[in-house]
Unconditional design. Sequence first.
Length: 319
Amino acid sequence: MDDSEKGAVHMPTAFQKNWASFREMLIPKRQSRGQLLRDAGITFCILAIAAAVCTVLTHMGDSDSAVPMVFVLAVLLVARLTDGFLFSLVATVVSVISVNYAFTYPYFAFNFTITGYPLTFLTMFAVSLVVGMLTDRVNRQERVKAEAEKEKMKANLLRSVSHDLRTPLTTLLLYTEILQYHKYETPEQADNYLNKIDAKARQIKQLSDNLFEYALVTRDTVAVLDPPAHFSTVFEEPLTEMVETLQQRGFACALELGEEDVLLLVSGQYVRRILDNITSNLVKYADPCSDILVRFVQEEDRAGLCFENRVLPVPASSE
């Protein structure tokens, strides 16, 4: 073999391409061993039920026209419920043999001279082929739709995380500006702002970690709840930060939290995300001339916060 033959790239022939497409139609490459066993079980059960029904019809003396239709229906169901053409083709062959051998006179003997025998085989084969093609098309459309939904979820996730990052970043910049221009009154107050900057930076890091985790996970996940904690422990710090942020923006807040310190089962990081989102929406849409009321509410075994505010008046459109 010369150098030109060694370096040549052998392109698949038309026959090889057609054979590969035919094999893909028979057994799709994406099928696992478990799926093959499932399809084999479905085929066996449907054919067994069809054989049982035809046995009853034969004993009733009404099998000449009904038996072929029962097996045609069986082939149709196999083609619809299995993936690829292999099992519908197997069901076609088994059905034609069963009709000829077990359910047509003379019973339990082959008779290839029966009128309409070729037509029965061709009908069943056509049914399996057409239904298999339609099923494959439907499955392809479902996969395309699932991919589109996945891309939509990713886009929504990016928008959500972007929104979640905006609020702590804004607060971080606000505290940084206070320290930069020495808008604090005492060193203790400066230390307090430094601690808040540290907390917000850690919160942003947590959000970025969440984004990385969500990017790796393609199925729905369940939020991990923190150990039970009292209402004051869960909400005191994030509510204080929320009120301070709103006051810096010119809003007045009124808190009605009651005296009962109930025990809660929540996720602390999600509580912060929710409050940050509410803060962002209040800054955008609330009327600064009206107080923002935050009330503690409890109903049976559930508790939460209720926010009441007036929205900014809609400017009149000029004509």
